[in-house]
Design a protein around this ligand. Structure first.
Ligand SMILES: Cc1ncc(COP(=O)(O)O)c(C=O)c1O
Length: 417
């Protein structure tokens, strides 16, 4: 029988029902430990910030805290979840391109360590908030280096149109932002942040990012006398979703990033601290979604298996054409004889979880497990068609624990007046 955290999958499904998100807690721990142990070097202070958008619930945030990771949040909701999880708010980095007055106030009141400022208006608002609150804040400035990294390639564009951060091609806007930050005694301007994409296999894209950030930090120093002590390289490190994905081990990614930073340091010795923000590479492979196979239908060219979940619990295939692999619990050793299309139950023809999955002969009632759904599954879940959001279970050492309870039909109308 297929096991997750040494628990038989059918036992988990029998206890908690389907659809269900299940995490192998040991895998989460290994990934966090790997980042903690390998993103280290004698030349820099280093820090790993878990990007909670990948999978955000109190238990996950507690784990991140246990492994000494910092936390990236992008909304009052994520910040509140971290606060409720008992996470040390001084270790939080607050991101986002349109933080509201209320969000900045909340960040200040909770003693959030760092705000990653995205634009000039935000900096002005933050100054007002800190003045009113009589508090201080560390700030990184999000810059856009014009590097767009895709799965297996990267482009350097002169100044792209991303909604995030100030383009390095817009020097006046950038220096205005830095001067605004530097001139406020409540703000400690630490340095620069950027995030160049997701599921990036090509280390060359990161090397280009590092080179560009060091060069810009050096320019700020040489031309304007402004010192940058921190560079935050963002996230985007890859996860293995299917057999075709061959991500470098976390240890190799960390070593290569830090080596490049060491090489570039000569251009800007003021840089003392390097940060990274992995999300999916920590959460994805640890997660599984359990479904019960429902009706099955053959068309001219497809054999459909319908599941009791779908795009409401995993929007990534519809949104990004993301690919996954599945197994049928209990039939792991059976010959794979049939190609199926695994579809959800939402009223959208695009509600396909896997276009082509080679599986053993399936039957209604089978327990179907989609692998590597741990990142951006639960956190992007919706209630489309009023499907309740599935619960989340952690399994480890033969034991299981529910960390988010399944929504009920009552929950669905509980906020409706
Ligand atoms: C600013 C920032 N940091 C980190 C991440 C995490 O990316 P990933 O989950 O691909 O590692 C994201 C993802 O969107 C992001 O926007």
């Amino acid at each position: 029988m297929f096991q997750i955290g040494h628990v038989d999958a059918d036992r988990i499904a029998a206890k908690y029902g389907t659809p269900l998100y299940v995490y192998d807690e040991e895998v989460l721990r290994q990934k966090m430990e790997s980042y903690r142990n390998h993103f280290r070097c004698s030349e820099f202070e280093t820090g790993v910030i878990y990007a909670s958008k990948a999978f955000c619930c109190k238990e996950m945030i507690r784990l991140a805290g246990e492994y000494g990771l910092f936390l990236d949040v992008v909304s009052a909701g994520e910040l509140y979840t971290a606060y409720r999880a008992g996470f040390d708010c001084s270790r939080i980095f607050f991101h986002g391109n349109n933080k509201s007055l209320q969000e900045l106030q909340m960040a200040a009141e909770l003693g959030t360590g760092t705000v990653v400022a995205d634009n000039l208006q935000e900096i002005l608002l933050l100054r007002e908030v800190l003045k009113k609150n009589n508090s201080e804040m560390h700030v990184l400035l999000r810059v856009n280096p014009g590097i767009e990294a895709h799965t297996h390639e990267y482009d350097v564009t002169a100044g792209n149109d991303s909604k995030f951060g100030i383009s390095l091609a817009r020097e006046k806007e950038l220096t205005d932002a830095v001067f605004l930050l530097e001139s406020d005694s409540r703000i400690h301007f630490d340095g620069l942040h950027c995030h160049i994409g997701s599921q990036i296999f090509e280390m060359q894209a990161y090397f280009e990012e590092i080179r560009t950030l060091f060069a810009f930090a050096a320019k700020l120093k040489d031309r304007y006398g402004i010192s940058v002590n921190t560079l935050d390289l963002g996230g985007g490190f890859p996860a293995k979703y299917t057999e075709n994905d061959h991500p470098l081990p976390i240890a190799a990614i960390c070593a290569q990033l830090l080596q490049k930073c060491c090489e570039e340091r000569k251009n800007c010795p003021d840089v003392r601290r390097i940060l990274i923000e992995p999300g999916r590479s920590i959460a994805a492979e640890a997660g599984y979604t359990l479904y019960t196979a429902g009706f099955m239908r053959d068309t001219a060219s497809r054999h459909y298996i319908f599941t009791d979940g779908g795009m409401s619990d995993n929007i990534r295939p519809a949104l990004y054409q993301a690919e996954y692999e599945a197994v049928i619990a209990g039939k792991e050793d059976a010959e794979k004889t049939q190609e199926y299309t695994i579809a959800g139950k939402c009223c959208e023809s695009g509600d396909i979880l896997i276009q082509r999955a080679l599986l053993p002969q399936a039957e209604t009632g089978d327990l179907l497990i989609i692998k590597s759904t741990g990142a951006y599954g639960y956190s992007m879940a919706s209630r489309y068609n009023k499907l309740p959001v599935p619960g989340v279970v952690f399994a480890a050492d033969g034991r299981m624990k529910e960390v988010v309870r399944r929504e009920t039909l009552k929950d669905l109308t509980s906020k409706e007046l």
